[in-house]
Write a protein that binds this ligand. Structure first.
Ligand code: HDD
Length: 713
C-alpha cells in the first residue's frame, strides 16, 4: 500500500532549525559574544552606527509583521492526513481519491471571517475550514466554510459584503462582530443573503470547538473520470465528535475569559492525543440532473438537501500534529480554490469564478511575492518545473539558459504532459453565449431555502435564532435598517419576524413596503430580478439542525469537566469521577478556592489545577461537586454560585453526590429545576459508579436547552 502520510513532514524537515546546544549567531553565521549591550562610545556614551549586530537585530524585528489576511485573519491550524475509505475511480481520476487506504498529508486551517488576527475565537461568524492536500499530483485545496451556503451570489459583491461587516471605517468599531449598522444596512438591501443569515444567526456561528464543526465546499464542483465524463459534486466534512455549539451568552463570556478558546482547544486535543477527525463526503449529481431541481446548482446561496442527494463518505481526515511554528506554517499557508488536480474541476458558479482570481492576488500583497509557493508550508511534494523565474525572495536555483517554451536548446524541457501522463485539461464544457452582465433568473429565489433551514430547526434552535437577531438588530442604531430586515424576515417566517420585532419594540412592515429589489439602485426595483420564494421540495431536513443532525455523536471524548474541590472533599468521590471520565477520554479538572493543594477527608491532598479566579464555568462542559463539600465549606464562596449559575444558564450538566447535593438545592436557580431537567444529576450515594455513569449519560446529551425560556413559541 502506498502511504504518503509522512511525505510533507519529510519535505518540511529540511527547513527546520533548532538552537539547542548551539551558539547564538548573526543571520550571517557569526558567533555573538554579547547579546545584551550595544556597541557604545564609552559605557555611558552614545551607540555607534557601526554596531552591525544591533542593526541586524532591530531591522529584522522592525519587519517581522506581514499584512494579515483581508478576511479569515484569525485562525489556527494543524497537520494531519487524509485516508481514502471508499475509492471513487468511477467518478474521478484524482489520484488521492482512487485507492482504498491511500494516505495523503494535509494541513488544515480553521478561522473566523471578520475579525483581525488577535480577535476572539468566539465571535458570531462563519468559520473557515481550509484543507491543503499535498497530493502526488500537486496541491489540492478545499477552501471551505462551516456553513454550506454564502451571503452573495456573485463575487462582484464580495468587497461590499466585507466592507460592510468589518469594523466601520470612520472609527474602526466594532471588532469581530456583525452587530452594527453597516452590516445590516447591506444585508437589508441584499435579500439573497437571507438563507446565509439564518445560518449565521443560528448556533452554527458559535461552535463549541473547531473539532465539532461540519465543513462544506459550498460551491458545486465537478468530478471528472478517466473517460472524461463529468458529474457535479458538493463536498462535506462530517466531524466524528458531532456538531456542537456554545450558548451566545457563554460565547461572549468566553471571549473575555479566554479569547484563544478554540485555538487552545485544538492545540490541547492534539497534544493529548485526542486527534480530531472528520469524514469527507460527497453529494454526487449526475450531469443530466443539472436542471432537475427547484434551485440552481450554480447558485452558492443554495444547498442540495441530503434528502434529495445523500452524502456518500469517501474518506477521513485526522489532524495529529501541531505546527512547530505558528508564523511559518499557520500564518504563511496560502490556500486557493483554484489549486486543483486532474479529476476535479470548477463549475460556473459566479462566486467561485471570482474566487479563482482573488486568492493568488491576495497572497501577492500578504506574502509579498509570486514565489509564495516556495514557502515550505506551501511547497508541493509533487515536483515543480516550469519557466517561471526570479521575483522577490526566489529560493529555487534554476539551472541552464532556457526559461521559455518551446525551446530547442533545452531539448524542449520541461515538457508538457499528455492527459494520460497526468496533464491537466479543463473539462471540455461547451459554452456558447452572449457576453452579458446579468444574473440568471434561476437565482431569483431568495427565501425558499431560508424557510427550509428555519423549518428544520427544533423549537430551541428557533428560539436561539430569535435571540441572535434581537441582539444583532438591537445593536443597529438606524431604525429604518431594523425595519427593512424585519420585512425580509417576514418572508421567511412571519412568527420569526414578529418575535424579533417584539424584542426590538418595532413593528413588522407589510411585505409590499419592504424594499426587496437587488438593492443597489432604485431603478432596479421590481422588474425581472424581483426576488421570489420558491418553495423547497423538501419541507424539513434533519441535517440542517444541529440538534437533530445525524452526525451528532453521544461521545464526550476530550470534554472538560470542572470538579469543584475544597478542604474536606471526599477523595473517593473525586477519584471515582476522574476514573469514570478518563474511561470516556474526558478530563476532570480540579478547581478550588485557591491554587496549591486541598486536603481531602482521607487526609490526602489533591492539587488544584485552577482557582475560581483562573477558571470559569464557561471554559468547561459540565460541573461536578463531590461529597464532602457541604454548604458549610462553601457558604461564603460567591464564586462557586456564579460558577454554578453560569453552568445552569448555559444548560450544562451539573452533578453532586452525597452532602454536596445541598449546594444545588440552595443555589439561586434551584426553584427553576424541573423533574424533566435531566441535566441536574444528584444522588445521595457517595462515590458510586452508578452516579458517575448517570453523570456521563447526561453529558452525552451535551446541552439541556429546554431549560431556557423559548422566545419563538
Ligand atoms: Fe474566501 C480566505 C472560504 C468566498 C476571497 N476564504 C478564505 C479562507 C477561507 C475562505 C476558509 C481562509 C483560508 C486560510 O485559512 O488561509 N471564501 C471562502 C468560502 C467562500 C469564500 C467558503 C464562499 C463560498 N473569498 C470568497 C470570495 C472572495 C474571497 C467570493 C473574493 C472574491 N478569501 C478571499 C481572499 C482570502 C480568503 C481575500 C483572504 C486570505 C486569503 O484569501 O488567503 O482571497
Amino acid at each position: 500500500m502506498k502511504n504518503f502520510q509522512e511525505e510533507k513532514q519529510r519535505d518540511l524537515s529540511i527547513n527546520k532549525s533548532d538552537g539547542t546546544n548551539k551558539f547564538l549567531t548573526t543571520d550571517q553565521g557569526l558567533r555573538i559574544n554579547d547579546d545584551n549591550n550595544s556597541l557604545k562610545a564609552g559605557e555611558r556614551g552614545p551607540s555607534l552606527l557601526e554596531d552591525f549586530i544591533l542593526r541586524e537585530k532591530i531591522t529584522h524585528f522592525d519587519h517581522e509583521r506581514i499584512p494579515e489576511r483581508i478576511v479569515h485573519a484569525r485562525g489556527s491550524g494543524a497537520h494531519g492526513f487524509f485516508e481514502v475509505t471508499t475509492p471513487i475511480p468511477e467518478l474521478t481520476k484524482a489520484d488521492f481519491l482512487k485507492e482504498k487506504g491511500l494516505k495523503t498529508p494535509v494541513f488544515t486551517r480553521f478561522s473566523t471571517v471578520a475579525g483581525s488576527r488577535g480577535s476572539t475565537d468566539l465571535a458570531r461568524d462563519a468559520r473557515g475550514f481550509a484543507v491543503k492536500f499535498y497530493t502526488q499530483e500537486g496541491i489540492y485545496d478545499l477552501v471551505a466554510n462551516n456553513i454550506p451556503v454564502f451571503f452573495i451570489q456573485d463575487a462582484a459583491k464580495f468587497p461590499d459584503l466585507i466592507h460592510a461587516v468589518k469594523p466601520e471605517p470612520h472609527n474602526e468599531i466594532p471588532q469581530a462582530a456583525s452587530a452594527h449598522d453597516t452590516f445590516w444596512d447591506f444585508i437589508s438591501l441584499m435579500p439573497e443573503s437571507m438563507h446565509m443569515i439564518m445560518w449565521v444567526m443560528s448556533d452554527r456561528a458559535i461552535p463549541r470547538s473547531y473539532r465539532m464543526m461540519e465543513g462544506f465546499g459550498v460551491h458545486t464542483f465537478r468530478l471528472i473520470n478517466e473517460q472524461e465524463e463529468s458529474v457535479f459534486v458538493k463536498f462535506h466534512w462530517k466531524p466524528k465528535l458531532g456538531t456542537h455549539a456554545v450558548a451566545w451568552d457563554e460565547a461572549q463570556k468566553i471571549s473575555g475569559k479566554n479569547p484563544d478558546f478554540h485555538r487552545q482547544d485544538l492545540w490541547e486535543a492534539i497534544e493529548m492525543g485526542n486527534f480530531p477527525e472528520w469524514e469527507l463526503g460527497v453529494q454526487v449529481i449526475p450531469a443530466a440532473d443539472e436542471n432537475k431541481y427547484e434551485f440552481d446548482l450554480l447558485d452558492p446561496t443554495k444547498l442540495v438537501p441530503e434528502e434529495l442527494v445523500p452524502v456518500t463518505i469517501v474518506g477521513r481526515m485526522v489532524l495529529n500534529k501541531n505546527p512547530d511554528n505558528f508564523f511559518a506554517e499557520t500564518e504563511q499557508i496560502a490556500f486557493h480554490p483554484g489549486h486543483i488536480v486532474p479529476g476535479i474541476d470548477f463549475s460556473n458558479d459566479p462566486l467561485l469564478q471570482g474566487r479563482l482570481f482573488s486568492y493568488t492576488d491576495t497572497q501577492l500583497s500578504r506574502l509579498g511575492s509570486p514565489n509564495f509557493h516556495e514557502i515550505p508550508i506551501n511547497r508541493s511534494v509533487a515536483p515543480v518545473h516550469n519557466n517561471q523565474r526570479d521575483g522577490h525572495m526566489r529560493q529555487e536555483i534554476n539551472k541552464g539558459r532556457v526559461s521559455y517554451h518551446p525551446n530547442s536548446l533545452g531539448g524542449g524541457c520541461p515538457y508538457q504532459a499528455k492527459i494520460e501522463e497526468g496533464g491537466f485539461a479543463s473539462f471540455n464544457e461547451r459554452v456558447d453565449a452572449h457576453k452579458v452582465r446579468e444574473r440568471s433568473e434561476s437565482f431569483n429565489d431568495h427565501f425558499g431555502q431560508a424557510k427550509l433551514f428555519f423549518n428544520s430547526q427544533t423549537p430551541e434552535e428557533k428560539s436561539h435564532i430569535v435571540k441572535a437577531l434581537r441582539f444583532e438588530l438591537g445593536k443597529v442604531e438606524t431604525t429604518a435598517i431594523r425595519v427593512r430586515v424585519l420585512g425580509l424576515l417576514s418572508q421567511i417566517d412571519t412568527t420569526l419576524a414578529e418575535k424579533v420585532a417584539l424584542g426590538l419594540g418595532a413593528t413588522v412592515p407589510p411585505i409590499l413596503e419592504t424594499p426587496i429589489n437587488k438593492g443597489v439602485s432604485p431603478e432596479n426595483e421590481g422588474g425581472p430580478q424581483e426576488p421570489q420564494t420558491v418553495e423547497s421540495s423538501v419541507s424539513s431536513s434533519d441535517a440542517l439542525s444541529m440538534i437533530k443532525n445525524p452526525t451528532n455523536s453521544p461521545t464526550i471524548a476530550s470534554r472538560k469537566i470542572a470538579i469543584i474541590c475544597s478542604d474536606g472533599v471526599s477523595e473517593a468521590a473525586v477519584l471515582n469521577m476522574k476514573k469514570a471520565l478518563k474511561k470516556e477520554d474526558a478530563k476532570g479538572c480540579i478547581i478550588a478556592p485557591h491554587l496549591g493543594s486541598v486536603l481531602t477527608d482521607a487526609d490526602g491532598a489533591i492539587a488544584a489545577e485552577f482557582s475560581f479566579l483562573t477558571a470559569s464555568s464557561v471554559l468547561f462542559d459540565a460541573v461536578y461537586i463531590p461529597h464532602g463539600l457541604g454548604l458549610n465549606a462553601l457558604a461564603e464562596n460567591d464564586d462557586l454560585f456564579e460558577f454554578l449559575n453560569d453552568a445552569y444558564k448555559h444548560c450544562k450538566v451539573i452533578g453532586a453526590d452525597g452532602e454536596a447535593s445541598e449546594i444545588i438545592s440552595s443555589a439561586p436557580f434551584a426553584s427553576k429545576i424541573t423533574n424533566e431537567d435531566g441535566g441536574i444529576v444528584v444522588n445521595s450515594a457517595i462515590a458510586s459508579e452508578e452516579f458517575a455513569q448517570d453523570f456521563i449519560n447526561a453529558m452525552t446529551q451535551h446541552r439541556f436547552w429546554q431549560r431556557e425560556p423559548n422566545l419563538y413559541n
